[in-house]
Design a protein around this ligand. Sequence first.
Ligand code: BYC
Length: 471
Amino acid sequence: MKADYNESIPNNVNLGDDRRLLRALERWQPAYIQWWKDMGPVNSNDIEVYLRTAISVDTDGWAHFDHVKMPDYRWGIFLAEPGPDRKIAFGAHKGEPVWNEIPAEYRSELRRLIVTQGDTEPASVEQQRELGRTAPSLYDLRNLYQVNVEEGRHLWAMVYLLHAYFGRDGREEADEMLERHAGDPDRPRILKAFNEQTNDWLSFFMFTYFQDRDGKFQLAALAESGFDPLSRTCRFMLTEEAHHMFVGETGVMRILQRTCELMRQHDSVDVRPFGGINLETIQKWINFHYSICLDLFGSERSTNAANYFSMGLKGRYQETKLDDDHRLDGEQMEIAKVTEDGIGAETISALTAMNLKLRQDYTADSQRGLNRFNKMIAAHDIDVTLTLPDEKFNRSIGIYSGIEATPEGEIISAEEWAKRQAAWLPTNEDQAYVNSLMVPVTEPGKMAGWIAPPKRGIHGRPIDYEYVLFH
Ligand code: BYC
């Protein structure tokens, strides 16, 4: 389905036929652009970036690449094609036709899911705002901006749903998306990890590896929704999300490659004197980002999550491929329980364990990339294995939020945690070192010394292509 670029807001939802909705979105648009200029990437309003823009939602050939001035990027509203005769795949309404309007009895739950999802999108742009000052290459700078404009578009996707289906309170929620800000003490973003700073590029690559992967799993669960417009918009968002995780995975891989080369060259585990990032430092960044991302899945036991599932609003990862009755009434599941003597177990309804199930799928997916990292390290004949910390480590949400644990999962006292956490999480000194490496490299094809070049450029362009034009 081709996108209509003649309208003020590019779209494939026939906005032109609904003048009221179009006008409401046109009223929101200047506030969005102002937000982008005030809170989006610093110093980016006059440069031209080699960006991909969606021109259709067909599986092949949906993208167009060109140099674009970022505030002129054509943010638009794109929903994947409706599936023929799509039926609700899970919950109490399983087998019924999907909804094209909001079921009145589930309005507040749906609104809440859409608002939470939408809130993360501008949050990530705000978190990454400063990174353009210190990009390790033009290739990376372009990728940062590509991720940023697409997060902006994902906000548009949720704002469209709020405007189109929730009337006045939807419009108010859309306005508030631009009023909360990442890290703002008075009006923070909804989910905690979206209030952390992402001020260095090691954090950026970890963010796109771990936090965007939460995006992948949450969007995949929402793509199962019985509310078809939500499902269709999430399906298209997922195609863009894949690129963000590519940026994360290849970014971490390139840093590891450089570190390993320096370790071999200087026969030392400490590559800081040679301008590299030690594997130990990289492990600390993994520990931090992975643990805060586990919190993004909510509590292991959640009646909200059970309701979302039973109501047919949010499914499991790849719901239709799972081999069960997709209702789970009466099903049980064992989960961990913190007791006086350590970790025990308890049996709960499988429906209330939905967040845990999604989180477990996320962990398996995160581990697969780590295996690839470790293969790369081993290929340099280096005997170090990067690991995901235990689920009990550094948690603020859920059953482990009241205890402290080592990355291996051993429960320790608060005093011991205070003494030992510097060995596991980034310290001020680690942060200062990583920050000291963050100097911009703007000559086409050149890379900062702490990261290896990518294997190939973007869309068939060479690595030394001028991906960003400063004029
Ligand atoms: N921080 O019943 P519970 C992305 C609250 S990322 C702060 O366990 P529930 C992206 C919770 O709201 C994907 N508060 O929670 C990535 C509740 O509050 P109330 C974003 C939290 O509802 C990179 C209370 O604690 N999408 O797209 O089952 C770049 C009890 O919690 C947190 C979604 O998240 C937290 N981490 O689950 C750009 C999908 N966790 O009721 C974009 C939509 C929980 O006491 N969201 N709380 O006031 C959801 O499905 C659910 O809201 C959650 C939470 C899974 C997040």
